[in-house]
Design a protein. Structure first.
Length: 93
């Protein structure tokens, strides 16, 4: 069994309020949940309107498969309008 986590530090472009931030973050989270078999959550910077810390977790039988799914999740986040990934790192537990 392989467990891995993708941690992303994101900048929310053009966000003037927490409501704007929530819209961009929620869009990314729902896309990942609906298209991939992964768990995802905002894990930091909840009170900062311009930054978001997101974590995506996956479990599988092989590290290659889990890493591929996490890379797909990162690509989905990159495609969200108004959301820019500053830093992303995959860690195997």
């Amino acid at each position: 069994m392989v467990v891995a986590v993708l941690e992303c530090r994101c900048r929310i472009l053009g966000s003037t309020s927490l409501k704007d931030k929530r819209r961009a973050v929620k869009s990314g989270l729902s896309r990942i949940r609906s298209r991939l078999n992964l768990s995802v959550a905002e894990v930091g910077s909840q009170d900062d309107r311009q930054f978001a810390d997101l974590a995506v977790a996956g479990v599988g039988s092989g590290s290659r498969v889990v890493e591929q799914e996490l890379r797909q999740a990162q690509s989905l986040l990159e495609s969200i309008e108004g959301l820019e990934i500053i830093d992303a790192e995959i860690a195997f537990l």
